[in-house]
Design a protein around this ligand. Structure first.
Ligand code: GLU
Length: 301
């Protein structure tokens, strides 16, 4: 099933765990230009579902950075932290359909589990047939059974995933009572009517899980395009964890120029000292998704 209500509705969904850095600027730029050059809408969602890792100060810094860089979004910003009831309702539907099960396992008990390609532990199935005697539920997991998911990514090509070996039964409600990113993103994209997801390839491994969850909830599957992720010279993704520098808000244009270059758009050298609005004018005229380099990661120098 595809979402046919809108011709094109994209979004940018930063997690406010720190200021906007080059890696997130690349995702914002790619998703924005793809939406605008296709006559589409571009929505903004603050992914602050993981409350202990997020802060209101980081969220307002990101909003300020996006404005300084000349991004304009459609409608109100959606805040995941205000949508707990909607996620709870989705989990109830999955419970009623028998698709989820309570899990009592602690992190330590799962320490010996096989590791998925994205580094997460693959659930060994301990509680799949019921909680062991005397144990209480800590989390809720989605049963993946033998699901195989495939999709055509507009940049990375055909992706095929065997969920049992690539992810295992994954968590939807965490032991700390918070809903997992995988559930929140699926529910939010569907409710917002998102037709196209353009985001960093660090999320490529999550996409099969999200598509499977969409299928379990009877929700449409958007089209996906995963942009290469900016890595530092040590090969690490630029992120708050690797202490990537925040975009300099007093001079946002050079960062925007660098993001366009990183995305393979070849902005003319004479624009390297241009103002933000001149860069956008050029970018909206010249953006081509086909020029974005294929591959999950690219060094950014
Ligand atoms: N919040 C995620 C991040 O900042 C992005 C999620 C998404 O685009 O689906 O990495």
């Amino acid at each position: 099933m595809t979402n046919s209500g809108f011709a094109y509705r994209g979004r940018f969904a930063p997690s406010p765990t720190g200021p906007l850095h080059f890696g997130s600027l690349v995702a914002a730029t790619g998703s924005f230009l793809e939406a605008r050059t296709r006559g589409g809408e571009w929505l903004l969602r603050m992914e602050d579902v993981d409350a202990p890792r997020c802060s209101a100060a980081a969220a307002s810094e990101i909003l300020r950075a996006l404005e300084a860089c000349g991004f304009a979004w459609d409608g109100e910003v959606v805040w995941q932290s205000r949508r707990t009831e909607t996620y709870a309702a989705a989990l109830e539907r999955l419970k009623a359909a028998g698709r989820v099960f309570p899990c009592a396992c602690t992190r330590r008990e799962l320490a010996d589990s096989a590791i998925a390609p994205d580094g997460a532990a693959i659930y060994p199935g301990t509680c799949r047939q019921g909680l062991p005697a005397g144990r209480a539920a800590r989390a809720w997991r989605l049963r993946v059974d033998d699901a195989r998911v495939s999709f055509d990514d507009a940049i990375q090509g055909r992706i095929v995933s065997d969920l049992a070996s690539d992810a295992g039964d994954f968590i939807l409600l965490r032991a700390d009572g918070l809903f997992a990113y995988q559930l929140a993103v699926v529910v939010d994209d569907a409710e917002a009517g998102i037709t196209h997801v353009v985001r960093g390839a660090d999320l490529l491994a999550s996409t099969a899980r999200q598509i499977f969850l969409q299928q379990c909830l009877g929700l449409p599957t958007p089209a996906y395009a995963h942009l290469p992720v900016a890595v530092n010279t040590a090969g690490e993704k630029l992120s708050k964890q690797t202490r990537a520098a925040a975009v300099d808000l007093s001079r946002p244009a050079p960062a925007l120029y660098a993001a366009l270059e990183f995305l393979g758009q070849q902005p003319p050298p004479e624009l390297s000292s241009a103002a933000v609005n001149e860069l956008w004018n050029w970018a909206k005229e010249n953006w081509q998704l086909a020029r974005v380099p294929r591959g999950p990661a690219l060094p950014c120098l």
